[in-house]
Write a new protein. Structure first.
Length: 151
């Protein structure tokens, strides 16, 4: 005997298929839907520029936060625990991007007093421009220095 699907079946089955075919964890799927996923920035390889901040993670995080605040860009996402910041609104500083182009900043403490800072964007030119600006601003701070890392 053939049974008709109820309205719940018509919604549930396609939803389940989309979920399974998207290859996302439930948390990542919710983040993508809400616009808070950083997966594309984490996986970006070409638009990634790194430098070494001669300071610990805490100080590096605070000084970068201050630099972004002074440049009046919008810090869209930040996770002190996961050690990243994501900002947007660089269109005033870099006219070849839109105001919602994201730039990610990822921190990794290499050793006490030395933190690797990666600047990442899907717009490679923006990533380079922001990296140069941020590295220069950090290097100008008293008691902290910056080394550009060649990868």
């Amino acid at each position: 005997m053939i049974r008709k699907f109820s309205w719940l079946g018509r919604v549930w089955i396609p939803g389940l298929l989309i979920f399974l075919l998207s290859a996302c964890t439930p948390v990542e799927m919710v983040r993508r839907t809400a616009g808070t996923s950083i997966q594309s920035l984490e996986e970006e390889e070409e638009g990634r520029y790194a430098g070494l901040v001669e300071a610990g993670f805490e100080e590096s995080y605070e000084v970068l936060y201050d630099v972004l605040w002074e440049k009046e860009v919008y810090i869209y996402l930040d996770s002190h625990r996961r050690r990243y910041l994501v900002a947007m609104g660089f269109d005033r500083l870099f006219p070849r991007c839109i105001d919602t182009t994201e730039v990610g900043f990822f921190f990794q403490e290499e050793e006490p007093g030395l933190t690797r800072l990666e600047v990442v964007s899907l717009n490679r030119e923006l990533a380079l421009s922001v990296a140069e600006m941020v590295f220069e601003e950090i290097d100008l701070r008293e008691g902290i220095s910056m080394r550009v890392q060649q990868d």
